[in-house]
Design a protein around this ligand. Structure first.
Ligand code: AMP
Length: 396
């Protein structure tokens, strides 16, 4: 890694503004349903505490759009973190700047830490506003980022504060993410398989293009397959299809033809007569979707073919479920991808978002070499784009 990490700096006695990703899912009663993201930052928080630093944690949660939305408070995350750390005194500041924040920092006893309220309660966060960044930066002396999932955004807490506070370095989670994803970028084409699924072609088109030529096989699944099937002139019934995605799919098919990458599309599908887990279902060849039906998962032949390719690979990157895995009847394709990756004798990386959720839900997490905490960030990194929240850190 060409950036400094917290291993390179002595933070003892320092107030360290630490950007974490506590954007955790909450149920209707504000209970955290998955604390993976909080747990993922514990090594960095403990490292800072053990060095005698005072971590001042900043995070966003959801999209309050610059206003205080009580349902999007980080208070439940503070409670959960306190349980997980089991020891240090933990203060929660009910505003991330101003009196409540300053007060929490000043009153924090030695060995303790502070979590600031949702930074996105202020419009200055997403605007990377100078004055808002000044207010945040005033709370501490140095900067650490462990929020890999937010590193592709140039916001006040990811870039503005880092510009104002040096050293500005990577936490242990960001360091590991960059190490794993860089290893993918350097992997040889032979034996490199990428699986791309999910709903939105628009979100994945750049990564698909950037992977052409770099991977041996690119397996396509999920809702975005239908744009490709349609681009090949097939009937897709009521399957997911976004306006504008046809041209993108046509372009990719053309580019794939002239590349050294084999772009693989589903040959059969599980179709349903409604978007529901109690819908009538059928297995059909990919070119015979009847009118009124929709494809909701890859079929058994495709599932086995994809799993075989994955088992024979040396490097695998996967982003996006290949079916509507949230509904049991359409989860089998996604499960087969996860299972084959866990079984493969390969360097396996899951690129965040829904595929990471599927892997965790299906119990295959420990079979993977790395499960990224950043969906969008890992895709942008693999596209070769500079992540602003990483670029701003001190060079090694
Ligand atoms: P994305 O955010 O683009 O990675 O998309 C993830 C979502 O795609 C998940 O919620 C899946 O349920 C959904 N998905 C996968 N396959 C299909 C499909 N065939 N039709 C509709 N949605 C799908």
């Amino acid at each position: 890694m060409n950036k400094k990490s917290i291993r390179d700096v002595d933070f003892s006695g320092r107030r360290v503004l630490t950007r974490v990703d506590f954007n955790v899912p909450l149920d209707d009663e504000q209970r955290i349903t998955d604390d993976t993201r909080i747990k993922a930052t514990l090594p960095t928080i403990n490292h800072l505490l053990n060095q005698g630093a005072l971590p001042i944690l900043m995070s966003h949660l959801d999209r309050p759009k610059g206003k205080r939305v009580p349902e999007m408070s980080l208070a439940p995350a503070a409670e959960r973190l306190e349980q997980l750390l089991d020891g240090p005194s933990m203060a929660f500041a009910d505003d991330c700047i101003g009196e409540p924040a300053l007060d929490a920092v000043v009153k924090c006893p030695d060995g303790g830490l502070v979590l600031l309220e949702n930074t996105r309660f202020h419009p200055g966060e997403e605007a990377n506003d100078a004055e808002f960044s000044d207010h945040l930066a005033a709370l501490g002396e140095n900067y650490v980022t462990d929020a890999f999932g937010s590193c592709h955004r140039a916001h006040a807490s990811t870039v503005g504060v880092a510009e104002r506070r040096r050293p500005a370095v990577a936490g242990l989670l960001v360091e590991k993410e960059l190490e794993m994803l860089s290893q993918l970028l350097g992997a040889p084409r032979q034996g490199f398989v990428a699986v791309l699924g999910g709903a939105k072609v628009a979100d994945k088109i750049d990564v698909i293009k950037s992977m052409l030529g770099k991977v041996e096989k690119l397996l396509i699944g999920g809702g975005m397959s239908y744009a490709f099937l349609k681009a090949q002139g097939r009937e897709i019934g009521k399957s997911l299809f976004e306006e504008g995605s046809l041209e993108a799919a046509q372009e990719v098919l053309g580019l794939a033809e002239g590349s050294e990458t084999d772009l693989v599309l589903p040959t059969d599908l599980i179709i349903a007569d409604a978007f529901s887990d109690s819908a009538a279902t059928r297995t059909v060849a990919a070119d015979t979707i009847p009118p009124g039906w929709m494809g909701l998962d890859i079929g058994p032949e495709t599932k086995d073919a994809y799993a075989d390719i994955i088992r024979g690979a040396k490097t695998v990157f996967w982003n996006g479920p290949v079916g509507v895995f949230e509904m049991a009847p359409f989860s089998w394709g996604t499960r087969a991808i996860a299972e084959a990756m866990a079984e493969a004798d390969a360097f396996t990386v899951v690129g965040g978002g829904d595929s990471a959720a599927a892997v965790a839900q299906m119990g295959f997490e420990h079979g993977m070499r790395h499960v990224s905490t950043g969906g969008g960030a890992s895709l942008e990194f693999l596209e070769g784009r500079e992540l602003p929240g990483v670029a701003i850190l001190d060079d090694a």
